[in-house]
Design a protein around this ligand. Sequence first.
Ligand code: C2O
Length: 551
Amino acid sequence: MQNVDRRNMLLGLGGLYGAANLTNIGSALAYPITAPENISNCVAADVGFNTEDNVRGSACCPPTTQTTAVPYVLPEFSELRVRPAADRLTPEYIAKYQLAIKRMKELPDEDPRSWKQQGKIHCAYCNGGYSQYMSGHPELKIQVHNNSLFFPFHRWYLYFYERILGSLIEDPTFGLPYWNWDNPKGMLLPEMLEAPYPNPDPTRPPNPKFNPLFDPYRNVAHLPPAIVDLDRGNTGGDKDCVAQISENLTAVYDQMIADSTANPDAFFGTNPDPDPTKIIAGKIESGVHTAVHIWVGNPRMPNNEDMGNFYSAGYDPAFYLLHSNVDRMWQIWNELDIRNVNPSNDDWLNASFVFYDENQNLVRVYNRDCVDIERMGYTFEPSRLTWLQARSIPRNKASNIAAKSVGVVKKVEEIKFPVKLDKTVKVLVKRPATKRSEDDKKKASEMLFLEGIKYNGEQLFQFDVLVNDVDDGIETTRVSSEFAGTFAQVPHGLGGGHMLMSSGTAFGLTQILEDLEAEGDEYVLVTLVPREGAEDATISNIKIKLVPLAN
Ligand code: C2O
């Protein structure tokens, strides 16, 4: 539906064309996001962070020793690189990894493989370095977050980063570790990042600040043994750790399974669109991934550097460990269910980015070439997927709360949009169908859509979504079925390059309504709870739709 809407909009046809006419619309209107033909068209980054008060700088453009990229051909290899779990690395592996990063940091800044240039890549693609002129929209910026470019862009980014590290230590089998925050054993900042390291002055004791994996801009309250909060990266860790671990596991379960099974749009997010109100961000991206960024970044820095802001995140080695696991989540999702298939539309397949490879050659890569990681030459060391058993538990079954709220809580159609998120919002949303059969559920997923969410993109923004929550004075947490999920955004700039960002999100209702024994209910009671940076935020539409599933 995404493409139909957008093409109609570009043609100015409104709803004139139905889906049946889609094939009549020529590919001249294709809109694959394409990194510039000439990278000297890159401009200093200027969105999503305070450009005056920043420690990493806004000069994010790559070196222009070459300006035109050649198409990248996946090289042959004799052995797969195996990406190991960060919490199980041997001391030898840690030493090898530290040496590789050390060498990367020793390269001259202008070298495209240097630590600094690698950090800048993220800033250029996320904070307004490139325009969409190759896609016919010079007035818009390329943005690889908040949409379906998220997984493929970061896969390619890490692919070259890993190859550069391997080549710096002459180890063609080097695999970038993954920070397995989805497993209880990995739910703290990997210790090696802050481990003491020999002092260059041998008369002085080892110190973490000489460790190549150390970053000076991290939240010191979140160093080990603090447990990561995969819902709310910014809390002070006051929760007991058993509760935190169960909440984390349920967050991963919800985003990988309850919201996303057989539903690529929910998992990947939808394609970039000149009309940002049409974009839905992927579940992992706007969920656990954002939380880890926020959790690691230093809240005392003006822009939550490094990890808490996209312009600076690439300067912290933790970023690549986080994203190695995000990449693994994609691979696991593909393996979880045969219906979990990657996007097959041309705009997604043909989207392309430009990187310098480990030989300092400027290359252009396409989404279509990154869907098979073994073809790309790597795989992941397996870890237990504890979250597979973490389905949430209902607090109040068959409460009939939606029916009881009629007359007290407004229905969507009685509300004036946009609705402000400066305080808790309750609304009754009508369901398109009730008592859906098993067969219906296989064909379509019932999803709650929150569209046209507008918020200040310069600050952290987050709100929670509860379904059929009964106000009984007890806090509803992630482990309850009533907690549909949360929506969180790391500060960044969107395609329009404005501070006022627009986004959308969707939550799976099928499992929730089963667990709450509310499948016969005509309405769903939706509660939106603002958490961070929501003072000026608004939502322009709330609805429940049946989304066809892959079969
Ligand atoms: Cu490009 Cu974790 O973000």
